[in-house]
Structure formats: C-alpha cells, structure tokens
Design a protein around this ligand. Sequence first.
Ligand SMILES: [Mg+2]
Length: 302
Amino acid sequence: MLSYQERVLGMLWGLHAGDSLGAPWEFLPPQASWNTKTEIVGGGKFNWKAGEATDDTDLMLCLLRALKSPQEISFDILKSEMLKWYASNPPDIGTTTIKGLQNLKDGLPLKDCGYVNNEFQGNGSIMRVAPLALLHDNAHGNYQDQVIQGLHEIMVTQTKMTHGHHHCVDTDLIFVPTVKAVLAGKNKAEIFATALHEAEKVSPFIYEKLKFIPQTEWNELSTSGFCVDTLCAGLWAFMKFDSLEDALVAVVNRGDDSDSCGAVAGVLCGAYYGPKAIPARWLEVLEYKEEIEKLCAAFFKN
Ligand SMILES: [Mg+2]
C-alpha cells in the first residue's frame, strides 16, 4: 500500500520521466510501433542531454517551489520563479507561454496575462499544473496584497497567467481533481469516472472527447499540443496499460508533442503506481531527481 507522500513523489518523478523520455521524439511522426523507443536517450530538435528537463518539468518546479503548505500557495514566488525561467532563455518555450510571461513581466494582473484566442489553446498549463493537486479545496493563494480564495480560483488564476483560452482553463479544472483522485488511492474506474464527472461540469466539448478514450487505439491517438488532446492522451495511456513503463512508452511513441503528453501520463501513472514503478535506468538520469525529492520532503515537513 503506497503512502500519500510516496504517491506525490511518484507523480513528480513520473512527470519528469515522461518529459525526458518524450523530449527526443517531439515534433516527429509516430514511431513504427507503440514500443519502438523505450529509453531516455536525449537528442531531438533541441539536442537534449539524456534526462535533461524541458519546459514541462522546469515549470512544474516553479509551481512546486511556490507551494507553502497544503493550505497556501504564493503567487509572488510563482511569478518570480516563472520569470527567472523565462529570463534563462529556455530553448523550447511555447509561443503562448512567451506571450503570457511577457505580460506577467510587464505587470498585468495575473488573470489577464494569458492570451484568449483560438490560436492559443496549447498544453503549456496542463503540463506543469500537477503540484496544485497537493492543495486542499479551501486553500488560498497570496499575491501582493490580494488573497485568492479556494482551489478553484487558484487553478483558474494559475492557468490564466499564460493560457487564457477557456479550453486551457477547463482542462486544468478537470485534470487537477483527477490527479487528486489518484493521490487519494482510488482505483482506475473511479479515477476515470472523476475525470468524466469534472468534464461534465465544465465542458461538454471535453466530455465528449474523454468518453471515447477507452475505445481509442494507439494508432488513432492524437498527441498534439492542443491542451484537450494532451489531457486525453495522458488519460488514455493511464487507462490502457498495467504499468507506468508501458504507458509512458506508448504515448511518447506517438510523437508530435510527445514530451508534454508523456509528462501528463507520467503524473497519473507515477501517482498511481508510485516512485518504485519508474524504471531505475530512467530515474538515474533525470536531471532534477534529487531536487524534486528535496522539495517534496520539505513540503511534507511544513
Ligand atoms: Mg517540453
């Protein structure tokens, strides 16, 4: 039986593992079969080192550092962490994220930073949002002299810092409670029911897409950078396979936005199967393995 803390560590390491496993195959067409690529090897468009973190893990770490306790997140810390990352000129930053972070830097209100435009419905928020699942429903956020009350408002604010489109907000509103269900030790049927239930509340469009996940075959799966596709791909991998390794391998072998789809699948699988389910040969090369473990331990000490 996994403890809650083990599930949290599995979730965060799982995100990093999926990100680093998928990074070399980003922007590529699907591989020949679901299990063609099985190792964290680096390379790809940005010539990643094996195990190097990309934007998915980097921005997740910004969120993790901003969590003060299960009751509190500091948006001042989150903003400064995100802007520090932005100033480091990351190679793979998404276009929507660039616009959002530029607005954030210019001092716009947090919820006005993300673009609201049909061209900008990317997965830049869902790929990083997992740490918010550690907050209680009545948690609060602090930003300058404002208090952001309740997890719902925290989630909406966090998404809109870079992604203003309602599909981006809705995918996060579905994903975070789904991750909470995994962390609570629910079984897969219950977890999928949670995702559907949350989707039904916020978005008939996403609900209709999610419903077909269990019937979708590997060669039909879309792993595009559209936030709704990324949510569906993560849940697809989680539901279809009986191990973290197979689930992550299958989703990243679909190519396209393989690292972010791998990261989202890694969150669900890591929280469900625990940190020991991550293959040792993957774990040992992850750039932020120790940093994540340290931040996780510090969170539980508070
Ligand atoms: Mg990435």
